[in-house]
Ligand binder design. Sequence first.
Ligand SMILES: CC(C)(COP(=O)(O)OP(=O)(O)OC[C@H]1O[C@@H](n2cnc3c(N)ncnc32)[C@H](O)[C@@H]1OP(=O)(O)O)[C@@H](O)C(=O)NCCC(=O)NCCS
Length: 201
Amino acid sequence: MYLYGASGHAKVILDILRDQGISIHGLFDDDTSIQELQGIQIIKSFYKLLEIPLIISIGDNRQRKRVAEKLIDVQFGNAVHSSAIISKTATIGFGSVIMQGSVIQAEVVIGNHAIINTGASVDHDCIIDDFVSISPHATLCGSVKIGEGTHVCAGAVIIPNIEVGKWCTIGAGAVVIRDVPDYAVLTGVPAKIIKYSSLIM
Ligand SMILES: CC(C)(COP(=O)(O)OP(=O)(O)OC[C@H]1O[C@@H](n2cnc3c(N)ncnc32)[C@H](O)[C@@H]1OP(=O)(O)O)[C@@H](O)C(=O)NCCC(=O)NCCS
């Protein structure tokens, strides 16, 4: 596996890959000042990348999408920790990362380049679009839909059947009880919109 992005998020993915016994062939990063991460050299060029799959190891959803759009003809891999509990009826897209202790229940659909972070709980029939990040210990109840690029922050709860739009931010600890429009930023219990993101994708 190759990784793109020598960040803190990459360190967690490295742990997951090691847990799975998957070899790490190298790391890329746009920041030319970074030389290595945990002893793995940063590769400076894409020359002859590519029979080996790659994961974009960037936690920021927008940056992850920007990198994905420039990686043409790349085969993307997954990192799934052995402690995650995943229903056999769930589907997970390419480039997505499933971290330690998360639970993904029946008939969940997870898109591409998504992050299901430590201890997150995704209940039955949830649909999670591409470039979404579900942060540590967030809870999605059954049949929740999360639009592209949305960040559900640490410990947030979304009650059943809620639809969250694209590129939203659900603040840490928020409890979402109503549908959420695209680009909204919410906090609190019950969650209220405090602003809209100005970073349109
Ligand atoms: C929601 C969030 C993204 C907003 O960040 P921001 O746009 O920088 O917002 P600010 O810090 O300027 O806060 C704006 C207001 O919302 C309040 N607020 C911010 N986050 C809040 C939260 N999680 N719960 C309740 N209120 C919150 C602030 O107190 C502030 O209120 P004020 O205007 O009355 O002073 C951020 O606060 C948050 O919850 N981050 C969690 C990130 C996370 O979980 N990362 C996990 C990575 S693995």
